[in-house]
Design a protein around this ligand. Structure first.
Ligand code: SF4
Ligand code: ZN
Ligand code: ZN
Length: 300
């Protein structure tokens, strides 16, 4: 029987990459302390600021909102309804219940009302849903934060997400993307600050926090996630991690420490001619998408 490192009672959690075991109480304490340390280490935000947490109903984003709330930060949630049938309805209900039970403020934005639902766009675009969906979420999150007076947007990206993205970007040498991958992206020409306070935790560690702190989250994955290459990379990386615990965290922290500082920032940003949001070209990707959707709808 493993014993809790802190109190010696029976452990319910063992973390191979850290070689430590905890009881429920001390796991929650360890997790919370590690989030606070990460926020301080990267100077993500302070208690005077309004933080907008991007929530999807899954374990990562709800754990993030819960832990920020428990640490006394002013964190409000934003749920973007993507219009993906029953999946969107269920995830919306989970977020609403979470906020209501804790007396927290949850904002909602319906993609259908501002551009079109993910399935509608999918039927008109040839690229994978995740590529435009991610772009739209980042765009509307940024706009919403600016309009609502939030100085920072926090997302629940975990270590597995970050390592899979870095791995994919390395395989195709997407150096521009690698330069923009970090736990903190400072505010810059129309972009609010973006932070990932959970980037040091694995998916499993977030699930444990959610479970042990009584969060009801949606376990169901988005139907479009199926077949995404990031899932394949996650599986591969988990095999490596199983054989050598700690590889993922080392890979990512070493990238931040040794490689990222050498990468050059991409081209300068300027306001989009149509909507004013920051972009590298003349017209931003979302306005170009909107234009394509309008012309396809007119021609059909
Ligand atoms: Fe959007 Fe892809 Fe995530 Fe589904 S899996 S919510 S389509 S980014
Ligand atoms: Zn203990
Ligand atoms: Zn635009």
């Amino acid at each position: 029987m493993r014993k809790c490192r802190k109190c010696g009672k029976r452990a319910v959690v063992y973390l191979p990459q850290h070689r430590i075991a905890f009881c429920k109480e001390h796991y929650l304490e360890w997790y919370t302390k590690r989030v606070e340390e990460t926020i301080r280490e990267f100077r993500m935000f302070d208690r005077e600021e309004k933080v907008l947490v991007a929530v999807s109903g899954g374990k990562d984003s709800l754990s993030l909102w819960q832990v920020l709330h428990s640490l006394g930060y002013h964190a409000e949630g934003l749920y973007i309804h993507l219009g993906i049938g029953e999946y969107s309805e269920r995830s919306k209900a989970v977020c609403k219940r979470f906020a209501e039970e804790r007396g927290l403020t949850l904002h909602m934005l319906e993609l259908e009302k501002v551009i079109a639902s993910v399935p509608t766009i999918k039927s008109l675009e040839s690229r994978p849903a995740c590529s435009f969906c991610g772009q739209l979420k980042r765009y509307y999150m940024n706009r919403f934060a600016k309009e609502g007076g939030f100085s920072v947007v926090a997302t629940g990206h975990n270590l597995d997400d970050e390592v899979a993205t870095l791995f994919a970007n390395t395989l195709s040498w997407q150096v521009d993307y690698m330069a923009r991958q970090a736990p903190l992206l400072p505010e810059e020409s129309g972009f609010v600050r973006k932070v990932k306070p959970l980037f040091k935790f694995t998916e499993k560690e977030n699930a444990l926090y959610a479970f042990l702190s009584g969060i009801e989250y949606l376990e169901e994955e988005c139907p479009f996630a199926e077949g995404a290459s990031s899932l394949r990379y996650k599986r591969l990386l988990s095999q490596i991690e199983e054989e050598s615990p700690g590889t993922k965290l080392r890979f990512y922290l070493d990238f931040l420490r040794r490689v990222r500082p050498m990468l050059e920032k991409g081209p300068a940003l300027r306001p989009c001619k149509v909507c004013g949001e920051p972009t590298q070209g003349e017209v931003c990707g979302v306005c170009r998408l909107r234009e394509r959707l309008t012309s396809k709808a007119l021609s059909s």
